[in-house]
Design a protein around this ligand. Structure first.
Ligand SMILES: [Zn+2]
Length: 465
């Protein structure tokens, strides 16, 4: 077990952090010795669970918290709308050791043990990604702390989906299996032995009661014909400067992600939350007929900079003006604001109706429950983010009258029964909104093919930086 641990120690961090990390490693080793003893005990249990060579008992990564325990102070900030959930604290370093070991990992989810086959995948983060904090005293910059992402399936179901983002104090993850969609997300803080710990909720998305009304919508800021003409000219120039690359290759688009203090209040570790959302949202852009991979260059905490406005138009404009220096500094193609504010009216997101324009590559997405068809579950937040970023690449709603005519969202029925809508459908259709774009080769046809539009514009967007 020492080898996988050391591997994580060496591969998880950048060189300049190595010395510091290996000091942490000593502490880790002490913890590890203790856990080794625990593991020996648990192995007896595991051997009865499965003949497979699992890492350890599935309860090792999550420790249940009882709210009735009056001794412990638990500060909850963002409970899921699920009918059932379990509150836990987590052991990220232990999980990272095991998930990177190449052996099946057993996890206890709501009292049931699942076996996962996971492998480490690159986190959607630049090697030299920066955390930028803006407050009254000025702007402060720091390196991004360690992060590991793991992707895979349940051992028993190769069609299932599992993804985890692990870092300081957090194990954020999703397991989709049949009709169940389990989420592990951060929902508050507590203190254990004087140490602040992040409280996570484990819940099954299928126990969230679907809200059918009122509908939630997004907004696209219209731009004058004159400006569109000017933009088409500049798009042509950009294309000439950045000729379309090999169609089979993945185009990297860089992001400047930002959040306000309300988002930080809801998610105690906001940067890991944004990283996990971009990592999982990115799966909508990864099919070969799109071929876009995201890389976060900057994580910005803009605190109270945008003031108290909840007007979507004002917020988008203020965000664009304020984030531009950080977007330029970090060489990012697109800037996205994850807001913890509830936007006015039925709005849950906003961007500009001008794809192909670097000056308008800004989007705002609401990350809290709107009391409508948008309840801001983890998967719904990912769809909402894919929707707005999809607009930046020229993706359009199903009823758009704009050009080109094939850039349209799509609706279909699974098994002829269940309604399904691609990500850029409007209004937001709750859990029937899927994390995918309409595509001629999958859910869509020649006149409903946002994938094609995103594919066509990806070279232009990647050329913004
Ligand atoms: Zn839209």
């Amino acid at each position: 077990m020492l080898f996988p641990y050391l591997k994580v120690c060496l591969s998880g961090l950048r060189e300049k952090k190595l010395e510091e990390k290996c000091m942490n490693g000593k502490i880790g080793m002490q913890v590890f010795s203790l856990l080794l003893a625990l593991m020996l005990v648990s192995m007896v249990v595991v051997s009865t669970v499965s003949a497979q060579d699992v890492c350890r008992d599935g309860t090792a990564y999550f420790s249940s918290i009882q709210l009735s325990d009056k001794g412990g102070k638990v500060h909850l900030t963002n409970l899921p709308p699920a009918q059932e959930y379990e509150l836990v604290t987590v052991n990220p370093s232990l999980f990272a050791v095991d998930a990177g070991s190449g052996r099946p990992v057993a996890v206890d989810i709501l009292g049931k043990e699942y076996l996962l086959d996971l492998k480490q995948v690159p986190a959607p983060i630049a090697e030299d990604a920066k955390c930028i904090v803006v407050n009254e005293s000025g702007t402060f910059t720091a390196d991004f702390p360690w992060i590991q992402c793991y992707s895979g399936t349940l051992t028993e179901d190769p069609e299932s989906y599992a993804f985890f983002t692990v870092g300081d104090g957090v194990i954020l993850g999703t397991i989709r299996h049949g009709n169940n969609s389990y989420t592990i997300d951060q929902v508050g803080t507590t203190e254990v032995g004087g140490v602040r710990k992040i409280v996570h909720a484990i819940y099954n998305g299928s126990t969230v009661i679907d809200v059918k009304s009122p509908f939630a919508y997004d907004l696209q800021v219209p731009v004058s014909l004159e400006e569109v003409e000017k933009l088409e000219e500049s798009e042509k120039m950009l294309r000439a400067q950045n000729p379309q690359i090999d169609p089979r290759s993945v185009t990297t688009v860089t992001l400047c992600t930002a959040h306000d203090w309300q988002f930080r209040n809801a998610f105690p570790s906001p940067n890991y939350e944004m990283a996990n959302m971009i990592a999982q949202m990115g799966s909508a852009f990864s099919p070969s007929d799109i071929g876009v991979g995201f890389q976060i260059n900057a994580f910005c905490d803009i605190g109270t900079v945008l003031g108290s406005t909840t007007n979507p138009y004002d917020l988008l404009q203020a965000f664009g003006e304020n984030i531009k220096p950080d977007r330029d500094y970090s060489d990012s193609d697109i800037a996205v604001l994850f807001t913890g504010k509830e936007l006015d009216g039925d709005t849950i997101g906003i961007t500009y109706d001008v794809p192909g324009s670097s000056g308008h590559a800004y989007a705002v997405v609401q990350m809290v429950n709107a009391g409508s068809t948008y309840q801001a579950t983890f998967s719904q937040r990912c769809v909402n983010t894919a929707h707005e970023i999809g607009h930046v690449f020229g993706g359009k709603h199903q009823d758009s009258t704009g050009s080109p005519s094939y850039a349209r969202a799509y609706h279909w029925k699974d098994w002829g029964i269940w309604d399904r809508y691609t990500a850029i459908w409007t209004p937001f259709m709750g859990d029937e909104a899927m994390l995918e774009f309409s595509s001629d080769t999958n859910h869509g046809d020649a006149s409903h093919d946002n994938a094609r539009r995103i594919y066509e514009l990806k070279g232009t967007v990647a050329g913004y930086r």
